[in-house]
Design a protein around this ligand. Sequence first.
Ligand SMILES: Nc1ncnc2c1ncn2[C@@H]1O[C@H](COP(=O)(O)OP(=O)(O)OP(=O)(O)O)[C@@H](O)[C@H]1O
Ligand SMILES: [Mg+2]
Length: 504
Amino acid sequence: MIVLGIDVGTTRSKVSALDDTGRAQIVLNHRGDPYTPSAVYFEEGRTPIVGVEALAEGFLYPQYVHTCFKRVLGSSDVLFTDADGDTYTATDLTRILIAALKRDVENRFNQEVDEAVFTVPANFQDHRKQAMIDAAEGAGIKAIKLVHEPTAAGIAYALDKNKDFRFGVFDLGGGTLDVSILESKGDRITVLNSTGREKLGGEDFSARLKPHILEQFIKENKYEPTQESDPLFFQELADKVEQAKIQLSQKNKTRIVVGCQGRQSIVEITRDRFDSLTTDLVQDAMDCTKEAVEETGLSFSDLDTFILVGGSVRIPAVQSALADLTSIVPHCDIEPDRAVCYGAAQMCAMELAKSGKTIMVGGRAIPAPKAFVQESTAHGVGCCVAEKDGTLRNAVILPKGTPIPMTKTDRFALHEEDQTEARIEVLQGDEGQERDECLSIGEIVLSDLPPEHKKSRRIEVTYAIDENGMIHTTGKDLVSGEQAEIRIDYNKGIAQSDSDQQAA
Ligand SMILES: Nc1ncnc2c1ncn2[C@@H]1O[C@H](COP(=O)(O)OP(=O)(O)OP(=O)(O)O)[C@@H](O)[C@H]1O
Ligand SMILES: [Mg+2]
C-alpha cells in the first residue's frame, strides 16, 4: 500500500508517501528530483510531456507549453487545441500532470496507485475543488480527501512537535498566499481560521522584475524586442528573472546578461530595488496575515509561533515584514517546500485508518498518526435575499470559520404573497454583503408553489458542507412539501434534482 499525499502546485508539484516507520518522505520523480514543474508540453502526435522536459521543449516552442494553469483551475476556458481539434482546459492539463506524477510513483514503488489525499489552497472555491477531484479521477486516482494546503502543513508541524501550541501558517508559494491559524491540543488539530489571496505568489514577484530588466535593455540598446519577432528573448528573460529573484534571497545584488539579435546588456539588480518593486505585494501579504489573526478574535501575542511554508517565504523582505508584524521570529523547521505534501500523506493515513484499513507499508503495519483534524470554512455561504428597499443581499447561513462537516437550516419568507416560484441563489460571501459583491455558486428553483396569504417563513434552506468543504444545498417549501437540491458539479453544470412532491 502507498500512503500518498499529492500537492499540485502552481509552479511545482510534490508527492509524499509514508515510509515503513510512518514518517512522511518526499517521493522523487523519474529524474530523481524532489519537485516536478507543473508544466505540460504538447507535441503533435505524441503523449504530452510533463515537468522539466516540458519546460525544456517549451523553451524553443513556447506556444506549446502550459504553466501556472492551477491559477485558472475550475474555469471552462480552453487553453489549448491540438491538431485533432481536441480541446484542453486547466482541469485537463492538471489531469495530465497528475497522471505523470502517478506514473513516477508507480515506477518507483513498483505498485499501482489508486488513491491519495490532494491539497488545495484554503480559499479555493467549490468549483475549483471539484476540478481538482475531477482531474485526479481522470488520471486514475481517487481523491479520498482534499486538505487545505496550510492545514496540511500545520498537520506536519503538529505531528512533528507533539505538544500543545497555537500557531500561524504563512504559505506563500508560486501562485497563492494562504494564512491559517491553528491550535494543536492533545491529539486534536483545530483550524481556527484561514484566509488568503488567490493571486499572490512568487509569479507576481517575478513579474515585477521583468519590465525593470526589459526597460534597461531597451534603454541601453535602443531596440525594443517583441513577442512576435523575439519569442526566445522573452523565454530567456523569464528564466533569468527567476534565477535573479532566487539569487537576491541570498545576496544583496546580482547581475544578469540578456541578449537579443546581437545586442546585449548586463543588468545589475540590487535587493533594495527588488524590494521597492514589490513593496505592495509584501504589504498585501501582511494585510492578509493581520486579517487572518483578527478574524479569530486573537492577537499575535496569543500565538506561540508562525511557520513558513512555500518557496517564496525565502524572500528576505517577506520574512522581515512578517517578523515585524507578528513580533514572532517565524521559522521553517520542516523544509518549506515539503511541509504541505508531508501533511497530506499523514492525512491519507488518518483517512485510511478512519475507513478501517490496516496501513501496511513495505510489508509492515504502521499506526495511523494519532490526530483528529477539525477544519473550518474559508468563506461564508448564504443565500440571496431581497431587502424591503429591493436591495439584494447575502443572508449568511454558514459563516466563515464554521467547523466542518456541518449542516445548518434557516427559513425565509417569500417576497410576494402570491408568489408561485422561489429562486434560491447560493452565494459565497460575508453577512450583509450585496449580491454583486458575492460569488454566485448555484441556484435552485422551487416552482408551482401554492399561494399563501400569511407571510410565513415557509422556505426552508439547508446547507451541508462536507469534509472536503463542498456545499450541498436543499430548498424546501414547508407549505407544499416541494423540495429541490443541488450538488454543485461544474463539469456538468448545476445538477438540480427533480422536485419531490410531498403532502404538506
Ligand atoms: N530562494 C528563493 N527565493 C525566492 N523565491 C523562491 C526561492 N525558491 C523558490 N522560490 C519561489 O517559490 C515559488 C515556488 O514555491 P512552491 O513550490 O512552494 O509553490 P507552488 O506550490 O508551486 O505554488 P502554490 O502553492 O502557490 O500553488 C516560485 O515562485 C519560486 O520562484
Ligand atoms: Mg504550494
